[in-house]
Design a protein around this ligand. Structure first.
Ligand SMILES: Cc1cc2nc3c(=O)[nH]c(=O)nc-3n(C[C@H](O)[C@H](O)[C@H](O)COP(=O)(O)OP(=O)(O)OC[C@H]3O[C@@H](n4cnc5c(N)ncnc54)[C@H](O)[C@@H]3O)c2cc1C
Length: 206
């Protein structure tokens, strides 16, 4: 055995020793704090966003290049979110599975649906697919809402000025709708107030 190989063996043994020592320390900490494996699983589940199955319930043309997609849940109700947060939308376009983040443009006070407002980008892979080919009834997958660009009434002032360009307006649409709901006293969490319901029971709130 050459000197270099002896070095490798010593290195491997040292690494193994470190791993085992770390395992012993982790186990003793876990014992001390009575951390059960299922508690760790639950915590990881809470930290990592879940996936939600949704259906396109309505499509509204906002401008020549922009559409709003109203998404309703297929299984569980939507989780709470804050105005300004986004979801990741998972799509399969011609066999290519990918995702893009889109800000929720509806208000969190309307929990029966989530609106996303998508601007068609020149040669944009997903935005072109959504604006040109997605239809009512299509099903997609969403991540849980995420992001920290939101108004926090506890630390932020109540007087707000919004500056946005293009589809950057979407978080402000959500914030303004939330405020409008609060002022109108319609900020329930279960869905739309009766006044906002359309003839077929569908909700319109823009
Ligand atoms: C937090 C967050 C929130 C967002 N919210 C919204 C929202 O509310 N509404 C909204 O419309 N968008 C939003 N976006 C942007 C959105 O996620 C997508 O990036 C957008 O829709 C474009 O995706 P795409 O697949 O259509 O374009 P892509 O295919 O990803 O391309 C993006 C641009 O790059 C160009 N491009 C692509 N490939 C090349 C190349 N090889 N060489 C040169 N140029 C190239 C395309 O022409 C296009 O203009 C948000 C993004 C983030 C991060």
């Amino acid at each position: 055995m050459e000197l270099r190989d002896v070095g490798y063996v010593i290195g491997d043994l040292a690494r193994l020793g470190l791993v085992m020592a770390r395992k012993v320390v982790t186990q003793s900490l876990a014992d001390e704090r009575a951390v059960l494996p299922q508690m760790v699983g639950e915590l990881v589940g809470r930290i990592h966003p879940r996936r939600m199955q949704v259906r396109v319930a309505e499509i509204r043309e906002e401008t020549f290049t922009t559409k709003t997609f109203r998404l309703t849940p297929l299984d569980e109700p939507f989780p709470p979110f804050r105005a300004g947060q986004f979801v990741n939308l998972f799509v399969a376009v011609d066999g290519v599975r990918t995702s893009r983040p889109y800000t929720i443009s509806s208000s969190p006070t309307r929990r029966a649906y989530i609106d996303i407002t998508v601007r068609k980008m020149v040669n944009g892979f997903v935005s072109q697919y959504l604006c040109d080919r997605a239809a009512v009834g299509d099903q997609f997958e969403l991540s849980d809402p995420a992001g920290c660009f939101y108004h926090d009434p506890i630390v932020d002032t109540g007087q707000l000025v919004f500056l946005a360009g293009g589809c950057g307006i979407t978080p402000f649409m959500s914030m303004i709708r939330t405020e409008a709901d609060a002022r109108a006293g319609t900020g329930g969490c279960s869905g739309d107030p009766p006044a906002a319901r359309g003839p077929g029971g569908s909700a319109s709130h823009y």
